[in-house]
Design a binder for this molecule. Structure first.
Ligand SMILES: Nc1ncnc2c1ncn2[C@@H]1O[C@H](COP(=O)(O)OP(=O)(O)O)[C@@H](O)[C@H]1O
Ligand SMILES: N[C@@H](CC(=O)OP(=O)(O)O)C(=O)O
Length: 455
């Protein structure tokens, strides 16, 4: 049995849904189909999920949301018309959406969650109707009925372990299962969504629950590329990656697959196959426990913007017991999570996502570190990009840091910090955001031979 997930780009029009139908029905093992809300049809288009969030926020502010409600319904109507579905389908979607929009607004965050989830929920119903109209038995399955229970972290849900056993029963259900991605239910029976792009997570949880032979994740590219194709044109395709490599790369910026989506599949030892809905015969990329092919120390280079670093120096920091834990406690007390902590003998930097930290919080942290830890110097540097070079081969290869540093120096990129991950399969470089593209292109050139770059 296979679990297949189709992303928003794969389901953005009726034509795309027809491709999905052909892919699913071409292989009887494709039994569980996880779907996203309609995504972008072209690059400047707006995802239905974004329209829903804007709509919910308008209604919470007592603003007129009629135009946006019409735009959302129009997306489903266009798809339904292209698929020649009966008008009942759209009538059902309209009723469901309006019921949720007119629902309880006393807790605004929970209200937004319910509205957001209708994107996937209604699309799953529409797609099930299309399969049935083609004479193929397919059933929409609601995550609550199936037992997909999650924590109460709104917009950042984590699966509860008991879900896996409950989801196993999906194996016994007749016909093809059309399952909405992106959300589950808390113990109180309320909708809670995963973080953005979280339908990938739903697919992985289901693959673990039903002990699938493979989790196929269909998107709009032929493979996971060794670098973001928006930075380097026609980059090298990756045939096989380990879970660990993919986790590092998706965490560090490969938006093609959600970084949290690997864990459930990994725990159950289920391979993940990233494939293209628009070219399903291409082999795609397989994510597995161990890979055989060797292609140099580096398999991929990922990057992401929006970080800052808090640099703290104090003479004899190395001898002060508990310095690190006191420092991290100050962050914890300000509700901040951190990404990396490169350190020296007398100094340490804490790298974090800067959108978590307001100006007031930043000032508070600086003065607390100075006062409570008697630091000699505290400096916050903003607008950093992190570049992650990843590859299992790096564990046994001593020259990688030198090659990367030289490539960056030749491209006139100043390295603000370096961190060798303890996993030994990754190396992180902190640089200024404005140097990101140049740096990634230089590293790609160094590790994957000369190719054309996108300016
Ligand atoms: N290393 C990479 N390999 C492949 N695609 C990448 C990579 N990094 C970023 N992407 C982007 O990820 C996109 C697919 O992810 P996403 O838009 O979330 O798809 P979906 O709609 O299927 O969920 C690609 O179109 C590509 O622009
Ligand atoms: N629709 C949700 C969940 C998702 O996974 O979407 P996509 O498959 O289009 O990335 C979002 O936009 O976040």
């Amino acid at each position: 049995m296979k679990v297949v997930k189709f992303g928003g780009s794969s389901l953005s029009t009726g034509e795309q849904v027809k491709k999905v139908f052909n892919i699913v029905t071409s292989d009887p093992a494709r039994k569980i189909v996880v779907v996203s809300a309609p995504g972008k049809r072209f690059s400047s288009d707006i995802k239905v999920t974004d329209l829903l969030i804007e709509c919910a926020e308008k209604l919470l502010n007592d603003e007129d949301a009629n135009d946006i409600i019409l735009s959302i319904l129009e997306r489903y109507e266009n798809i339904s018309n292209e698929l020649s579905l009966s008008s009942d389908v759209i009538a059902g979607i309209k009723k469901d959406l309006l019921d949720v929009l007119n629902g309880d607004k006393s807790n605004s965050a929970k209200y937004v969650e319910s509205v957001k989830a209708t994107g996937e929920d209604n699309h799953a119903k529409l797609i099930a109707a299309f399969f049935n109209a083609q004479g193929v038995e397919a059933n929409y399955v609601n995550p609550k009925e199936a037992g997909l229970f999650v924590t109460d972290e709104l917009g950042n849900a984590q699966v509860l372990p008991e879900s896996y056993e409950l989801l196993y029963n999906l194996r016994n259900q007749a016909g093809i299962i059309i399952f909405p991605g992106f959300f589950g239910y808390n113990k109180a029976g309320e909708v809670v969504t995963f973080s953005r792009s979280g339908s990938d997570i739903t697919g992985s949880i289901l693959a673990n629950g039903v002990k699938a032979e493979v989790y196929e994740n269909f998107t709009d590219v032929d493979a996971v590329y060794s670098v973001n194709p928006n930075i380097v044109s026609q980059p090298k395709e990756i045939r096989e990656l380990t879970y660990r490599e993919m986790r590092e790369l998706s965490y560090a910026g490969f938006s093609v697959f959600h970084d949290e989506a690997l864990i459930p599949a990994y725990r159950a030892g289920i391979p993940v196959n990233v494939k293209n809905t628009n070219n399903p015969n291409a082999p795609g990329t397989r994510i597995v426990n161990e890979r055989s092919n060797t292609n140099g120390p580096v398999i991929g280079i990922a990057s992401d913007k929006g970080f800052c670093s808090i640099y703290v120096s104090k003479y004899l920091m190395n001898r002060e017991i508990g310095f690190g834990s006191k420092l991290l406690r100050i962050l914890e007390e300000n509700g901040l999570s951190y990404e990396h902590t490169p350190s020296g003998i007398d100094d340490i930097s804490i790298v974090l996502r800067q959108n978590q930290m307001s100006y007031e919080v930043e000032q508070n942290i600086i003065s607390r570190i100075k006062d409570e830890l008697a630091a000699d110097e505290v400096k916050v540097e903003h607008n950093l990009a992190l570049i992650m070079i990843v590859g299992e081969g790096m564990r046994h290869n001593v020259g990688t840091t030198a090659r990367a540093s030289k490539a960056l120096a030749d491209a006139k990129v100043n390295i603000e910090m370096i961190n060798q991950g303890s996993s030994e399969v990754s190396m992180m470089f902190g640089i200024k955001e404005e140097d990101e593209r140049r740096a990634v292109q230089a590293l790609y050139h160094e590790f994957f031979v000369a190719v054309a770059v996108v300016n």
